[in-house]
Design a protein around this ligand. Structure first.
Ligand SMILES: C[S@@+](CC[C@H](N)C(=O)[O-])C[C@H]1O[C@@H](n2cnc3c(N)ncnc32)[C@H](O)[C@@H]1O
Length: 280
């Protein structure tokens, strides 16, 4: 497995450009997401819990826990963690997402701290060993070129014995081009990003925005090995054959709240979930 370090100066130069494109993309998406039926902000303000069954099965009791939510977007899950009793801090690259997260917290009357930062600068933004838990979910690591810097931030933030819960679309699912149902993307790590220009966003494909995105593949081994190398132990690993979000093209609703993308006769792995613990 090839791994590389975003601190490498040549890549770092490029990273500034990729990151700025991605920040712009997420600012444009957030402006659409906040009023989308997909994110249902009125439902959230009326008390809807946005945490889904997969992450609930991995999260410990949140009562009184200091929790850092990485790549928090505009904060619905962060504030849902707070409704479960956590003291929450959300971190995200998009200034528009953080502005909306602060506004949502105020409207909902939920105390929360939101930090606008690139995750790779996270160690400058949070004190070491100050969180009982770190959480991140659905559509996160694909925006990051390397996972060693990511895992280091998680280990930095956690108190000894603290937990990390991760629920992400499965690296196997991301092999597919959802439009054509054909294999279209790499599994193993690659230093140059996949760059795509598109219109609309997963929460509203018809929205009148045009975005340029840069993203990266991360195999299961890269995810887990970087967490182990950063000083976390793996406590639980799970895979699910459905997604709670119908956020990709050609997904079918199965029952009332599960979505599947099919490219053959057998169900594909849709989600990967991990619970880790920082060594005590
Ligand atoms: C798909 S969203 C997270 C999903 C979240 N579960 C939700 O739906 O609310 C991905 C988030 O990652 C953020 N992001 C992308 N690159 C980042 C980076 N380098 N550092 C921190 N956040 C980043 C984006 O701004 C975006 O808000």
């Amino acid at each position: 497995m090839r791994n590389f370090d975003v601190k490498d100066s040549r890549l770092m130069e490029d990273w500034g450009t990729y990151r700025e494109d991605n920040r712009r993309s997420w600012n444009a998406r957030t402006a659409v997401h906040i009023t989308s039926s997909f994110y249902d902000v009125p439902g959230f303000l009326a008390g809807k819990d946005t945490l889904m069954a997969p992450e609930m099965s991995l999260l410990p009791s949140l009562e009184g826990q200091d929790v850092l939510h990485l790549q928090c977007h505009f904060g619905q899950d962060t504030l849902s963690l707070a409704r479960h009793g956590a003291r929450v801090t959300g971190m995200d690259l998009s200034d528009e997402a953080i502005r909306q997260a602060r506004s949502l917290a105020e409207q909902a009357g939920i105390p929360a701290r939101f930090i606008c930062s690139d995750i790779y600068d996270g160690r400058n933004e949070v004190q070491p060993a100050t969180f009982d838990g770190v959480f991140t979910s659905y559509g996160t690591i694909g925006w990051l070129p390397d996972l060693n810097g990511w895992a280091e931030v998680i280990a930095h933030a956690l108190r000894p014995g603290g937990w990390f819960v991760f629920v992400e679309f499965h690296p196997t699912l991301y092999l597919f081009d959802f439009e054509t149902r054909q294999l279209g993307y790499p599994y193993f790590p690659h230093s140059k990003p996949i760059t795509e220009e598109s219109t609309g966003t997963y929460a509203d494909p018809d929205a009148g925005i045009a975005v340029r995105d840069h993203f990266w593949s991360h195999p299961v081994s890269e995810i887990i090995q970087n967490l182990l190398d950063a000083g976390l132990d793996l406590e639980k690993i799970e895979e699910w054959d459905y997604s709670p979000y119908g956020c990709f093209p050609n997904m079918t609703l199965v029952g009332t709240d599960r979505y599947r993308f099919e490219a053959g006769p057998h169900p594909l792995p849709h989600l990967l979930g991990l619970r880790c613990r920082r060594k005590g």
